[in-house]
Write a protein that binds this ligand. Structure first.
Ligand code: AHZ
Length: 325
C-alpha cells in the first residue's frame, strides 16, 4: 500500500498527524475561507487558502488582458538582452505615457548578460556607460577607464527588476518575433508597422506540425536587439534582407573593442522607417567589429535607441498604433 500523501498538516514530534480535533486542521478541512495565515516556522506554518481554479484564473485573466491591450503598443522591443533592457529602462522611464512591450524569445530574459566573457562572472563596462549602473544602483569597482561589476547577473537582475516594475512595460517572454509587419504609411511609403509573434515553443516546431498561425502586435515603432547571428539572433536584420527591404547584411567582423563599441553606439539608428536596430544585431547589419566581453556599448546603444525613439514620437502623430502625420 502507498504511504499517505503528505498535506503539510502539522505533525507531532513523533511524526503522527495532529487529529482533525486540532483547531488548525479543523478549520482547514471545513471552513477554508476562515483560515488565518500564520508565519510560524516551528511546524505550524499556515497558508491562506487557495483553490486551483483561482490560480489559473489569476494568471490567465491578466495574461490575456495584457495580450489584448498590447495588440496595439507604442513600441515593441524585440530581445531582452543587455541592450534591449537598457533601452526599455531608458525609454519607459523617460516616457511613462508610452506602452512599451518587450518580446523575448527565451524563457529567461537577459540574453548573454548573466555572465561575462567565457562564462566568467564579472561584467566590464567602459566609462561613461557606467552612468546607467549608477542610476539603477548597481555597485562596481572603479578601475579608472572602466568599471567592474562583480557578477553580470547583478546588472541583469537589477535592470530587469526595475524595468518589470514600471507600469507602462509589459514583457512577453517565451515568445518569439517570427516576422515583421510591413505596410504603406500615410505617405504611401513602406514602413515597419509591428511584429508577428508566436510562443517560442510553437515557433520551434513549425517543421513538425501543420500550419500554426501567429499573432500580431501593431506598433508605430519596433526596436530590435536580437544579438548577433545564431539560431534566433539578428532576426530583424536578416528579415529585412530576406524580404528585399535592405540589399545585404554587412556580417559581424572580427573582434576589436576600440572600434566596435563606438561603432555600435554611434550607428544605433532607425535603419528602416519604423525599425531601430541596436546592440550586437547592428554589427550583423552594418558589418561592424565585435567587442567580445565588454558591455559598455550594449548599455549605451540601448539608451541611444531610446532617445532616437523619443525623437520620432515627438515629431509624429499616432492613432491606433499607426503614424498618421
Ligand atoms: O533570446 C534572445 C536574447 O535574449 C532574444 N531574441 C533573439 N531573437 C529573438 C526573436 N524574438 C524575440 N526572434 C529574440 N527575442 O534577443 C536577446 C539578445 O540578447 P543578446 O545578449 O544576445 O544581445 P545584445 O545585443 O543585447 O548583447 C550582446 C552582448 C555581446 S555579444 C558580444 C560578442 O559576441 O562579441 N559582445 C557582447 C557585449
Amino acid at each position: 500500500m502507498s504511504p499517505p500523501v503528505l498535506d503539510g498538516t502539522p505533525q507531532t514530534h513523533d511524526g503522527s498527524r495532529i487529529t482533525s480535533k486540532s483547531p488548525i486542521s479543523n478549520v482547514i478541512v471545513s471552513k477554508q475561507h476562515l483560515v488565518e495565515p500564520k508565519e510560524d516556522f516551528s511546524g505550524n506554518y499556515v497558508f491562506a487558502p487557495i483553490r486551483e481554479w483561482e490560480v489559473s484564473r489569476a494568471m490567465s485573466q491578466r495574461y490575456f488582458k495584457d495580450l489584448y491591450d498590447r495588440a496595439i503598443s507604442d513600441v515593441v522591443i524585440v530581445g531582452a538582452g543587455s541592450a534591449g533592457l537598457s533601452c526599455a529602462y531608458r525609454l519607459a522611464t523617460e516616457a511613462p505615457h508610452l506602452k512599451v512591450t518587450i518580446i523575448e524569445a527565451n524563457v529567461a530574459p537577459g540574453g548573454g548578460c548573466w555572465l561575462g566573457g567565457q562564462l566568467l562572472s564579472a561584467m566590464i563596462v567602459r566609462k561613461p556607460a557606467h552612468k546607467l549602473l549608477m542610476e539603477i544602483g548597481v555597485p562596481f569597482e572603479d578601475e579608472g577607464n572602466y568599471v567592474v561589476v562583480k557578477h553580470a547577473a547583478l546588472f541583469t537582475s537589477t535592470i530587469l527588476s526595475k524595468v518589470l516594475a514600471l507600469d507602462n512595460v509589459k514583457m512577453f517572454n517565451a515568445t518569439a518575433v517570427e516576422d515583421l509587419i510591413v505596410k504603406e504609411d500615410h505617405q504611401g511609403k513602406q514602413r515597419i508597422a509591428g511584429v508577428v509573434t508566436n510562443w517560442t515553443l510553437v515557433s520551434l516546431n513549425h517543421d513538425t506540425q501543420s500550419c500554426m498561425d501567429p499573432n500580431t502586435i501593431t506598433a508605430p515603432l519596433v526596436i530590435s536587439f536580437t544579438g548577433h547571428d545564431g539560431p534566433m539572433g539578428a532576426f530583424c536584420a536578416k528579415r529585412l534582407v530576406k524580404s528585399g527591404l535592405v540589399p545585404q547584411l554587412g556580417d559581424m567582423r572580427c573582434l576589436d573593442m576600440s572600434r566596435a563599441e563606438p561603432a555600435i553606439v554611434n550607428r544605433t539608428r532607425e535603419v528602416y522607417p519604423g525599425l531601430i536596430i541596436g546592440g550586437m544585431e547592428l554589427s550583423e547589419l552594418d558589418g561592424a567589429n565585435r567587442m567580445g566581453p565588454c558591455f559598455s556599448a550594449m548599455l549605451a546603444s540601448g539608451e541611444k535607441a531610446a532617445y532616437t525613439a523619443l525623437d520620432i514620437f515627438n515629431n509624429s502623430k499616432i492613432e491606433n498604433g499607426e503614424i498618421i502625420a
